[in-house]
Design a protein around this ligand. Structure first.
Ligand code: URA
Length: 256
């Protein structure tokens, strides 16, 4: 393996975290375990070459609880965001969620309250979840980075690289049936792509055997308006998500 590669860096960080959480070796059965079964997504999933599997899959089957993952983060200072955050924002919702929403990173409200999507973007996300006839408690919500980037700038690549192993562990622990990536940062981090969100959204992509739907970030919808084309694009994306989950699709029609 190229020792400069992001994969190597993420894997090293992951193994260091395991060590910090008291695991000082990988049991034989984990080393010899076969790769997890990849569930073919349905409906057909567009697979592109940018979708490198996340680094955590380099290690074998290892079930961790969300509590264990939170504990291994501790009072994290692994990247520069640790110095300026008020609260680390781990995630909220059920550990048995069939559907996980992944955003970019905490804003000011989330930083103060320690919970993702509680500010204006959160209200928009709540609106989307309610339109799907789901409740926040039915899903799991988290972010690519767990600490607020100053001035709400997008997280930088070193911050994403440092923090994403924890997101991958969260997803691996929950094993959702569908992941929704909210906006560019989440889509690009999870699918290891630079392709624009406008080109990625609207179809499922493969994330380690889990169908992943990229869609516009709720903050973008706040800027474009609640009855904009982008708002209805998000609704189209969520319709596909509901269908994949075999859940009823509420009948919504655009106000003229
Ligand atoms: N935007 C995000 O991406 N995540 C949050 O938690 C809040 C706003």
């Amino acid at each position: 393996m190229n020792v400069q590669s992001p994969l190597y860096a993420s894997l090293t960080a992951y193994l260091e975290d395991l060590q910090e959480s008291g695991i000082d070796g990988i049991p034989t059965e984990l080393r010899t375990a076969t790769a997890p079964e990849v569930v073919p997504p349905s409906p057909p999933v567009a697979v592109t070459e940018q979708m490198a599997p996340p680094p955590v899959e380099e290690t074998a089957e290892l079930h961790e609880t969300l509590e264990q993952i939170r504990k291994s983060l501790g009072a994290c200072q692994r990247c520069k965001l640790g110095a300026t955050r008020k609260n680390l924002v781990f995630g909220v919702g059920t550990p048995r969620a069939r559907l996980v929403f992944v955003g970019e990173g905490p804003g000011a409200d989330e930083d103060s309250q320690g919970e993702p999507f509680v500010g204006d973007a959160g209200k928009m996300l709540n609106r989307i979840i309610a339109a799907m006839e789901l409740r926040r408690e039915d899903v799991y919500i988290c972010n690519v980075v767990k600490c607020r980037p100053p001035q709400n700038r997008p997280p930088e690549s070193d911050e994403v690289l440092t923090c994403s192993p924890f997101l991958l562990r969260q997803l691996r622990s929950i094993k959702p049936e569908v992941v929704v990536a909210l906006g560019t940062s989440a889509t690009q981090a999870l699918l290891q792509t630079k392709v624009a969100i406008s080109k990625m959204r609207g179809k499922f992509h493969d994330f380690n055997g889990i169908p992943l739907m990229p869609t516009y970030h709720p903050s973008y919808l706040l800027r474009t308006g609640g009855n904009s084309d982008s708002f209805w694009s998000v609704w189209d994306d969520m319709t596909q998500v509901l269908q994949l989950l075999n859940l009823p699709v509420p009948n919504k029609s655009r106000k003229k």
